[in-house]
Every structure is written in structure tokens, then in C-alpha cells.
Design a protein around this ligand. Structure first.
Ligand SMILES: [Zn+2]
Length: 83
């Protein structure tokens, strides 16, 4: 979970089939990390290590999101930015 020493620097919404995910990147001491929350279940996750940039943090979160989606919602492929 986010603690008090982080600042959210970026937010995105992705749609993956019928499931919508909220992604964010936060800056913390030593780097950035990405988080996602699932709109269809109580799932949440994100990058397990700090990344050097917002973009890398978002990619890490997306990779984690894809695993969740395949495991819990039977999806395949890549997430699409929500319109
Ligand atoms: Zn889910």
C-alpha cells in the first residue's frame, strides 16, 4: 500500500476486455513504483521493485496487471488505454 512518503505522479485507466483497471505511478525515496487496482474484483498489485522512471514503473505495473487478468478474468493479450 501507499505510505505517506510517496507522491502520485501519474495516473492512467486501462480497459482489458470488460474490466477496467486504474494504474498509478508514485515517486518515493529511491525511485518510482507502479500500482494497479482492478475494477472487477478486489485485486490490486504493482511493481515489486523501484524503477528509474515513471514509464518503467508503469510498464512493471502493466506486467503485473496482465498476470492478474489472465489468472482471474481469463483474458489474454495486452491492455488498452481506456477511451
Ligand atoms: Zn480482478
Amino acid at each position: 500500500m501507499l505510505d505517506t512518503h510517496t507522491d502520485v505522479v501519474h495516473r492512467e485507466v486501462y480497459r482489458f476486455g470488460t474490466v477496467q483497471y486504474s494504474l498509478l505511478a508514485a515517486k518515493t525515496e529511491g525511485g518510482y513504483f507502479g500500482r494497479w487496482t482492478c475494477g472487477a474484483c478486489e485485486g490490486a498489485g504493482g511493481s515489486s521493485v523501484k524503477d528509474d522512471s515513471v514509464g518503467m514503473a508503469m510498464l512493471s505495473a502493466q506486467a503485473s496487471l496482465v498476470e492478474h487478468h489472465r489468472a482471474k478474468h481469463g483474458g489474454d493479450g495486452a491492455p488498452l488505454p481506456a477511451a
